[in-house]
Design a protein around this ligand. Sequence first.
Ligand code: 3PG
Ligand code: MG
Length: 317
Amino acid sequence: MVRVDFNVPLNEKYEITDDTRMRASVPTIQKILKDGGSAILMSHLGRPKDGPAEKYSLKHLVVHLRRLLNGVPVLFANDCIGPEAYKMSGGLKPGEILLLENLRFYKEEEKGDEAFAQKLSKLGDVYVNDAFGTAHRAHASTAIIAKFFPPGKKMFGLLMEAEMQNADKVLKSATKPFVAILGGAKVSDKILIIETLLEKATDIIIGGGMAYTFFKAFDGQVGKSLVEEDRLETARALMNKAEKKGVCIHLPSDSIIADKFSNDAMISYSLVGGGDSVAAVNQFGYANKVSYVSTGGGALLEYFEGKMLPGIAAILS
Ligand code: 3PG
Ligand code: MG
């Protein structure tokens, strides 16, 4: 039994728009098959609220999974526990795969319910956890099920191993300069990681919504941007600590002020003029990213100086 993280994005036609997580689990599955086993795969998909829902069914992944495994038979059980799942897992032949329906169709999964975990455990002989993406959740299939398998019958998969090795490599033996780039909406989620990085990194680049909490903390104007008002003090403390440690925190210097958060928003304050400047803007394809491209060069400069331009004065007078 392999707990994988097949929580992949699907579009409205239930097509997978990014299969990175599925591809990443292939080496573990192939190893099991090569060693003469069969694999029962279990995962969640999305965050279903009230039991089964078409949108969150793992059946949408079957065809692609089969393709990724070069045509190996992939069976699908419409329920992750219950008679059908037991029958199908029991009848599985070496070299075959069984994908179970979404674990989160049972509330017990997220609650870390022991009885549910035990029912799942009965489907297989060995438990492999390869779901690094879900390792921060103490759910039945990630944190509880292992106790129903004796030592030697529970292990990490190859992906889990690689993830831990790579993360440790960065955290424990990164060479300097060590630049960390963080984004996301909230500072509150990332305080601990920023604190850890302050001990290791030379530079921390902060982007995304949380940058505005930092701007506001230092009296910046942020308009209607995302801000965590109750974290301004935290942002100040992190900046002070960074300064003491000689870590350079970089905040965006190219924020754009616009009338709404949208691709067709009106962008304020930007005007470009002058032959070479306009040529550069056009050449880099930025013409529609500035509010206005002036045909003036010297005329524009003199207009800005406040001079009455002869060509304007002649008409006005
Ligand atoms: C993820 O996509 O981050 C993991 O699959 C965990 O999903 P969750 O955030 O819904 O628990
Ligand atoms: Mg998540």
